[in-house]
Design a binder for this molecule. Sequence first.
Ligand SMILES: [Zn+2]
Length: 313
Amino acid sequence: MSDTAHDVTAPGAPRLQEVSDGVFAYLQPDGTWWINNTGFLVGGRGVTSVDACSTERRTRAYLETIRSVTPRPVRTLVNTHHHGDHTFGNYLFEGATIVGHEATRECALGWGRPFDAPFWTEVDWGDVELEPPFLTYTEGVTLWVDDLRCEVRAAGIPAHTTNDSFVWIPERRVLFCGDLLFNGGTPFLMQGSVAGAITVLEEVVAPLGAETIVPGHGPVAGPELIGQVLGYLRFVQDTAAAARAAGLTPLEAARETDLGEYAGLTDPERLVGNLYRALAELDGAEPGARIDPVPALTDMVAFNGGRPLTCRA
Ligand SMILES: [Zn+2]
């Protein structure tokens, strides 16, 4: 594999954005498969990080960026959910307490080590060692960065995954929402719940009154992002209902669907996985009930012209 393919700047150099005093978003273009956002808060005695990155190289670059801001150590690392783009790099936060929902630990262990083929293009993951959260909660926990209160709260029901959490900083009206929100990318609900995500965004996330939202992927946004993602989720439900009425499979329905205002979102093949989920929910599946990922991912590859999904991590 060429060096270019290993280069964390290949889809665009990661960017640091101070969203509030001492509160930073670390934004990784282009936010597509396995390329996530993280963030960190600088306190007088140490740093608190929200999420790690996917590959060894990306997490090392992130840690270097933290060191460019402060020499203080990362003492606490919070994982917003189990997906590897947010957790594979955990093991590089030497000495940090890794905090997450108890199901985040279970699901990270369940997924195991990184892999790409046959569903994604080749990735240089590095020497990733599994290091899931080892301080876990069920509903939430409050973290303090000096005297700044940071509320780590579980979404409570399946949404993007079965184990989503967010970090809410009420005094600053800043929200690190993990993958409950994507900005510019297609939301992905295959391992969570479309209906649950709508409920969480409407009843848990929107009422917080966040002014600044750091999404799991894509640029920092304001609260209008919540409505945009809700629109896509309802579009998925409507598409699933039409597919059911017409007797179409998720892949057939996705191929026939005009993406309309969502045509510009990256990773459009996620519609197929989202329809697997939405159709299961129409058939009465409980939110977050297990869906075999192999047929869904196989159909996403088929939607993508039979090519593995593009991963530039
Ligand atoms: Zn995710």
